[in-house]
Design a protein around this ligand. Sequence first.
Ligand code: AMP
Ligand code: GLY
Length: 420
Amino acid sequence: MRILVIGTGGREHALARKLATEGGTEVHAAPGNPGIAAVATLHDVDPLDGAAVADLAESLGADLVVVGPEAPLVAGVADVVRDRGIAVFGPSKAAAMLEGSKAFSKEVMEAAGVPTARSFTCTTPEEAVAALDEFGPPYVVKDDGLAAGKGVVVTPDREAALAHAAACERVVIEEYLDGPEVSLFAVCGHDGSGVSAWPLQPAQDFKRIFDGDGGANTGGMGSYSPLTWAPAGLTDEVMETVVRPTLEEMERRGTPFTGLLFVGLALTSRGPRVVEFNARFGDPETQSLMPLLASPLAPVLWESATGAGLTSEPSFSAEAAVTVVLASAGYPEGSSKGDVITGVEDAERLDGVHVIHAGTALDDDGRLVTAGGRVLAVVGTGTDLEEARATAYAAVRLIHFDGAQHRTDIALRAAAGALR
Ligand code: AMP
Ligand code: GLY
């Protein structure tokens, strides 16, 4: 199967790396990055230009296109490729609105009876004030549209909450959800008999820039799986109370969701509540999940893309994986380009280590340099979280670039058995 992966980040590297290890696959990527170049043939393309992506897929004779990031999905790139008769993993533009508009996703959740935070969608300062005062602090204010992980403000400060609301055209203001967060991914398909979905193993992401969940929200500073502390039956419960009703509601609206439904959850004292939906694999959760996925990925993506019906149930090894993100100076407010990166090869020589590239480039002298906010994701695997964590951090210590930032507490509490 000839597969074209669209995107430039760590998620796409993790997917391409997994696909490349599977027999019978030939992996291409566009635009890709220097890490992806080691596992796939790279091509140049504007990921947001559906016709250009479809032209590339046609010229390669691709059997399957996998669209990694949300922006092309929300822009309708999957529709253009699908209209050319090429199988594509990823939702239509209409279905990707589950991620593209917070207000829309809330509307679908309400119609489907999915447990989530109570919320108001507001377009005027008066509505925002009323909503904030209805819920009280801590305040949760979400830009309605795509904002690359930076559209959500959670704050005890009413003025800051109002300022964020005023800076956005339309916001969702909702009640604060307390409890550990979990990311559950479901591969969704649609065949003649209706919707179906396979869950992947739950993972946890660390959103804040600093240790102890301090500082600003980021795209994600690390992840791990499995969640040794999560209640038994969590996956089944979420499939039953969230994924199935959401897929049924989307089908009822005539816009069935296929591809990857990312359910971001808070495990509250009243049970799991949805914090957000995304319409694609999570980053950096995918970096932790792919090395644990024991069954091949390509058939699952293919079945979702073609509407053949889902038959290839994903299975996971008993190992654990911990991913630590190395970010460049200034992240998340900005980022630093051109800092020379050393030690990646030394890190990869360690047992159980591989290094995923996100914001990297090669400079004119062929040196690996930073080229974005999140630069690398260092993945350690082991028999349990403690071993995976020790392995990941041993590798992190070997990698250097000016201004490098990382959290030192990824999976710390889980590995120590300190979570419930
Ligand atoms: P989102 O983009 O909706 O996932 O929000 C980004 C982050 O903000 C989440 O991962 C949570 O850490 C936090 N967040 C979002 N909604 C809520 C909520 N209702 N209560 C508490 N924290 C939230
Ligand atoms: N890790 C969170 C996200 O991909 O949105």
